[in-house]
Unconditional design. Structure first.
Length: 250
C-alpha cells in the first residue's frame, strides 16, 4: 500500500480541529503510524500491549486500552484481539489513502459502466439497423404485380415520380395505384404506365388513341338519326312510275 506519511499527519491534525480525541489516543495514533511505516505500510500490524506501553511510556495497561478504545470509537483504527499466545492486530484507517482508493474505485466503476452501457447501446443500434434493412429488403423483394413486365414498368413509373418535384409516392399512394392497375388488363396497364412515363404524368390515364376514338364516337352520336320507312318509299316510287305512264298515253 502506498501511503504518504506527511500527508496523513497533516490530515490527522486537520481532523483534530473538528473532532475530540484524548492526548493519550493521539499519541497512540502517532506510534501506530510509526509502526506501519517501519512495516512498509502493510495492511495489518501485529504488536503486543507491552511493546505499545513501552513506546508510549505508560505504566498501566488500562490506560493503553482506554486510549485504544477511543481511537476505535473515532474510526481511526481497526482492532483484532490476538489468539492465546499471539499479539493483537491493528489496521489504520488512513485519510489520504481512503480518498485515493475511493476515487480509483469510482474511476474504475465509471469506466466499466460506461463501456458496458456503450456496448449495449451500440448493439441495440446495430440490431435496429439490421431490422430496418431486413424490412426494407423484404418490401423490395415482394413484387407489386405477378406480371414481370407490369412490375418492371411500374417500378420505372415510381422512379419517374421520384425524380419530379414533390412527386415521390407515399405507401398509401402506391397501394392505391396498384389496386387501380390490377383492375385492368396487364398489357393495357403497361401501355398506360409507359404513356405516363413519357409525359411525366403523376397519374395514369386511358391511352390517348382510345380517348380520341371515344370522343369521335360521341360526336357522331350527337347528330340526329332519321327513321326511314323503306316500304313507303317503294310504294311512292311505283306510284310515280304509274303517273308517268298515264301521261304518255294521253
Amino acid at each position: 500500500m502506498d501511503v504518504n506519511y506527511l500527508a496523513e499527519i497533516i490530515a490527522f491534525e486537520r481532523w483534530l480541529e473538528t473532532n475530540y480525541l484524548p492526548i493519550s489516543s493521539q499519541l497512540l495514533w502517532y506510534k501506530m503510524m510509526n509502526l506501519c511505516n517501519r512495516s512498509g505500510w502493510s495492511e495489518w500490524v501485529t504488536v503486543d500491549n507491552l511493546r505499545l506501553m513501552a513506546a508510549m511510556q505508560m505504566g498501566r495497561e488500562a490506560t493503553l486500552i482506554k486510549a485504544r478504545d477511543e481511537l476505535i470509537k473515532a474510526g481511526r483504527i481497526v482492532y483484532q484481539k490476538g489468539k492465546k499466545g499471539s499479539p493483537n492486530r491493528y489496521r489504520m484507517i488512513y485519510f489520504t489513502c481512503k480518498n485515493a482508493v475511493k476515487s480509483e474505485v469510482q474511476r474504475v466503476v465509471k469506466s466499466e459502466v460506461y463501456q458496458a452501457v456503450k456496448s449495449e447501446v451500440q448493439s441495440a443500434d446495430i440490431y435496429k439497423q439490421k431490422d430496418k434493412q431486413n424490412i426494407k429488403k423484404d418490401n423490395k423483394e415482394k413484387p407489386y404485380f405477378e406480371n414481370e413486365e407490369l412490375e418492371k414498368t411500374f417500378c420505372d413509373f415510381m422512379k419517374m415520380r421520384k425524380s419530379l418535384k414533390n412527386g415521390a409516392m407515399t405507401d398509401r399512394a402506391i397501394m392505391m395505384m396498384v389496386k387501380k392497375l390490377s383492375a385492368i388488363d396487364s398489357s393495357m396497364a403497361v401501355k398506360m404506365l409507359e404513356q405516363s412515363i413519357l409525359n411525366n404524368w403523376k397519374d395514369v390515364y386511358p391511352l390517348k388513341d382510345s380517348r380520341e376514338k371515344a370522343k369521335s364516337n360521341n360526336q357522331f352520336q350527337q347528330f340526329p338519326q332519321r327513321e326511314v320507312d323503306y316500304d313507303a318509299l317503294v310504294m311512292q316510287g311505283l306510284q310515280d312510275m304509274g303517273d308517268d305512264e298515264h301521261g304518255k298515253e294521253i
